[in-house]
Design a protein around this ligand. Structure first.
Ligand code: FES
Length: 97
């Protein structure tokens, strides 16, 4: 299961492998910040509190926008981070603004 916390809503949904965190949030109606969906604005930035190993490797856009410190700190971009497999995963939208 995937627990997503947006600006005001938290929902727990079934994982659909291959979808990004942002795509899961949009399908579930969670009010997750986003703008570009291309890995540049970072409004979709989130902290992965559990299950980071269920996600694919950071994309080039995430390396450019977040860098190693934030990636090491458990941050990902929701529009880039794809869920690869089933398990317990928790992500909290933490935009900069
Ligand atoms: S929506 Fe812009 S970086 Fe994800």
């Amino acid at each position: 299961m995937l627990t997503l916390t947006g600006r005001t809503l938290t929902k727990t949904v079934e994982i659909e492998p291959g979808l990004t965190l942002l795509e899961h949030a949009m399908k579930a109606g969670v009010d997750w910040n986003f703008n570009c969906s291309k890995g540049t604005c970072a409004r979709c930035r989130c902290s992965v509190a559990a299950g980071a190993g269920l996600l694919d490797e950071p994309t080039d856009a995430e390396w450019d926008r977040l860098g190693p410190d934030e990636l090491d700190g458990g941050f990902r971009l929701g529009c880039q981070a794809k869920v690869l497999k089933q398990g317990e995963l928790k992500a909290v939208n933490r935009t900069y603004f």
